[in-house]
Design a protein around this ligand. Structure first.
Ligand SMILES: Cc1cc2nc3c(=O)[nH]c(=O)nc-3n(C[C@H](O)[C@H](O)[C@H](O)COP(=O)(O)O)c2cc1C
Length: 211
């Protein structure tokens, strides 16, 4: 898959993954895509921890699941479907979130996106998430499923200890990666005209939806 717009519109959270190993050469291509991203001042403080060790993944999954049971699960249960999706689709998303929660550690490989920066600011996020998005797009282009996850940050200290991050390094996302069980489909988002203004805040721009 090489058409950039096709990739952009079908890079969805792929939470149901096969346990089959992912060749290192593909992980390397994903990492190279990540390390090509924009970053503040080109300081390249990103660090990528590739995790395959089942014991490490299992230790982090325990915190990931606890955060689901305590915070995320109840939040999902009490929330309405977001724009651009239906109740049925939202229920499917919730089921997939639960599925990944139970099997987070079973994804054959994780990429943990980190920054070697002592005091994270909003600029820190702006210097790591472009790399994360590049990696998600690269995984999609290679036919691999992945999901941007940050839930472990609800137990940041414990999860980062389980990951063995040294002082001064913080994690921003864990990407569980593997061959997807299902098919890539289009993302479901609300209409562009509901979130775009022209010149003055609140002034609708009658932007074409197609194309
Ligand atoms: C900041 C951020 C954090 C996220 N954290 C998680 C997470 O911890 N677990 C998870 O399953 N999905 C997570 N997601 C994925 C979103 O739930 C997903 O992008 C959204 O539901 C849209 O789904 P779609 O891309 O499949 O259409 C996260 C996405 C973002 C941008």
């Amino acid at each position: 898959m090489t058409d950039i717009f096709e990739i952009l519109h079908t890079t969805r959270a792929m939470r149901r993954l096969k346990p089959d190993p992912v060749p290192d050469a593909l992980i390397a291509r994903i990492l190279r895509a990540g390390a090509s991203a924009a970053n503040g001042g080109n300081t390249q403080r990103w660090r990528f921890l590739v995790v395959k060790d089942p014991a490490i993944k299992q230790a982090v999954q325990a915190w990931y699941k606890r955060a689901y049971d305590e915070v995320i699960g109840p939040r999902y249960a009490g929330s309405a479907p977001p724009p651009g999706t239906t109740a049925e689709r939202y229920a499917r998303q919730h089921a997939a979130v639960e599925y990944l929660t139970e099997r987070f550690h079973e994804a054959p490989v994780w990429i943990v996106a980190c920054l070697a920066e002592e005091k994270p600011t909003r600029w820190s996020g702006a210097s790591i998430y472009p790399a994360v998005q590049n990696m998600l797009l690269a995984a999609r282009a290679l036919g691999l499923g992945a999901t941007l996850t940050t839930r472990h940050l609800l137990y940041e200290r414990e999860a980062e200890a389980a990951l063995g991050l040294p002082p001064g390094v913080h994690s921003y996302a864990i990407l569980p990666i593997g061959y997807p069980m299902g098919r890539f489909g289009p993302v479901g988002r609300g209409p562009l005209r509901d979130i775009t203004f022209l010149d003055r805040w609140g002034e609708q721009w009658d932007i074409p939806e197609e194309g």
